[in-house]
Design a protein around this ligand. Sequence first.
Ligand SMILES: [Ca+2]
Length: 427
Amino acid sequence: MASKKKTGVIVGVLITLLVLAAVTGILIWLFVIKGRESAATISMKRVPAQRVYSGHMKLDNVPYNQNLEDPTSTEFQKLADDLEEILKSNYKQVEFLSKYYTTSVVTAFSEGVLAYYWTQFDIPAADLEILPEFSEERVLEVLWNGIREQGKRSGQSLHISQVTASRTDPRMARNPRADYECFFRLEANTLAQSFQSPGFPDQYPAQSRCQWQIRAPEQNAISVRFSHFHIEDDCSDDFVSIYDSLSPDESQAITHKCGQRPPSNPLEVVSSSNIMLINLITDSAVQRPGFSAEYSIIPLTTSKSCGGVLSDAQGNFSSPHYPSFYPPALDCKWTIEVPAGKQVRVKFTMFRMKEPRVDVRVCHKDYIEVMGTKYCGEMSSLALTSTTSSLAVMFHSDESFTDKGFQAQYNAYDPSNREWFLSGVYI
Ligand SMILES: [Ca+2]
């Protein structure tokens, strides 16, 4: 009996202790951890901010020299120093930009001559109220006004005829003259070559800031095919960003991708000219195998050739390089002609032109235009029938963000044949 009573007391004490421990745990979580989180949320609002703008400048009176592709050459260093000085002096003209200006870095040159750059501003926590003043429009206006003023002065050896500036993720701002870790310069050729993310096929390192500048001989486009692609699912943590430029300039972004892609649906992109920039950015938590990619050239005459007259009774056509992503900055027109008295029926079996911040009601970026109506975004089915025996299908891709595009079938449709209606495919 006594031992049973003793056991009961011990069990009772144990239960009481467990309940106490649970209550203490909850209290600690409530007061300490939750408290810390809310303190962190408050202090997050007051941490210093960074603003980085990147883009390119077109230099009119500088002859192109192959040595400008090498950041260690004297030609690169001299021209980059001069341009960095011009950028700095322009921003110093405006009080708020001057106050927070940190540095400007020229990262590359390409034929044109185009100079790629970024500029960084650091805003201390106490001055965050100034942040709304930092806009792409304002920064570009200051830069352009300064460049115009400088151009008027005599003795100016550099003539800049064009400049762009987009807000950029500071993690993509690299200095090829000082910062060699995970920074690569690749030369694309007819023969496919490959490159991998660091650590592939194991895991990419945490906090990666990798950049690949890819060039090709003039009059060629660059094609990059990611035969393996496995990045963390959340694009705000880890991602790959691809640009149709040598600057991480959003106005020339081809795509931002994360997640895993099956080998049957590889990511494949094509540039509009002979340059491309690829970035891999990772955070501190969750690492994945990364990617392996093959890159090669496509002559511009081939890569930009699209459209034409289609006069067979039926056939297929697709966006350029399908199922690869189509290149930026391209227009195509297909004219489908069927025998007189018949009509053209086009069915899109795949339609994907998804772009960030696009209004699919107006399709102001990439689109297909048929009979005066523009179509964009993603559509599971789209079938159109002409009113005459000829139908024009226009495809437009603007300077940023591309996608898989479309695949379409067409055939001649006889309006007097009611079978179309009965088969249920007529729309
Ligand atoms: Ca686009």
